[in-house]
Write a protein that binds this ligand. Structure first.
Ligand SMILES: Cc1cc2nc3c(=O)[nH]c(=O)nc-3n(C[C@H](O)[C@H](O)[C@H](O)COP(=O)(O)OP(=O)(O)OC[C@H]3O[C@@H](n4cnc5c(N)ncnc54)[C@H](O)[C@@H]3O)c2cc1C
Length: 225
């Protein structure tokens, strides 16, 4: 495989990696982005393409996908290439440059590496039960790819961080009933979202269940409870 030489290798094609192309482009530098996902966009695309983001300066709100589409538009004028489905496995110093090798055996030579690996090669944190994936995509999901499937449904959301709070608030607009279940009555997410969630609990739009943890998941063909 031919070694690729470039001004900057960006590890990770999430929002930070994509914006690096913009900043590098302003300096007239060429970038190669590497990501082990099968698409660009990092967490925004993989974990919450349809969730609105409210904390982007100058933008009232944008979904994860809209945010990534806007970043891709913003970097259109610049010179970059993306290498997907491969993980950067090795970095070494060779003479006065860096050599990177990916899981596909592709080698890169560059003077600059920008690590935009965010949460790393992320995987969902699964509940501590036997066979947590038994009903995966059959009633159990670790992320929301398409929120319309929750329209008029009863949903139980487990967790106490930003994801759990954001999705409880967002899906309460379309779901029939939302249970937010957490092991304690304290949340790690943004205070503003927690306040919103508690307002929705007071209005009985969200049913808050604390302190509870998942002990087991049951069902036959699909998850039932
Ligand atoms: C459900 C949820 C909701 C959120 N909501 C908000 C919000 O409303 N507002 C907000 O500001 N933030 C929010 N966040 C956080 C936000 O998404 C992250 O801060 C942001 O994605 C970080 O961007 P990043 O580009 O640094 O990293 P990431 O988005 O994590 O992207 C990093 C990329 O690097 C790749 N990678 C890692 N290691 C390697 C390797 N060795 N080789 C190749 N590729 C590699 C990964 O595959 C990934 O695609 C939310 C997060 C989640 C999970």
């Amino acid at each position: 495989m031919k070694i690729i030489e470039t001004d900057i290798v960006v590890i990770g094609a999430g929002p930070v990696g994509l914006f690096t192309v913009f900043e590098a482009g302003l300096l007239g530098l060429n970038c190669h982005l590497i990501d082990n996902l099968d698409k660009v966009g990092g967490q925004c695309i993989e974990l919450y393409p349809e969730k609105p983001i409210y904390d982007i300066p100058g933008v009232a709100n944008q979904t994860g996908k809209e945010h990534i589409d806007a970043l891709l538009d913003q970097i259109k004028p610049f010179d970059y290439e993306v290498h997907l489905n491969q993980r950067v496995n090795e970095i070494s110093e060779v003479d006065d440059s860096w050599k990177l090798v990916t899981s596909e055996g592709q080698e890169f030579k560059t003077k600059n590496i920008f690590i935009a690996a965010g949460a790393g090669s992320f995987e969902p944190r699964k509940p501590p039960v036997v066979e947590p994936d038994k009903f995966l995509n059959r009633g159990i999901n670790y992320s929301v790819r398409n929120k319309s499937i929750y329209e008029d449904k009863e949903i139980a959301i487990f967790g106490g961080g930003d994801s759990a709070l954001d999705w409880s608030v967002e899906l309460s607009k379309i779901a029939k009933k939302i249970y937010l279940i957490h092991r304690r009555d304290e949340f790690r997410g943004a205070q503003h979202t927690e306040k919103k969630m508690r307002e929705l609990v007071a209005k009985e739009k969200i049913i808050l269940k604390v302190p509870y943890v998942i002990k087991d998941i049951n069902g036959k063909d699909n998850f039932t409870g």
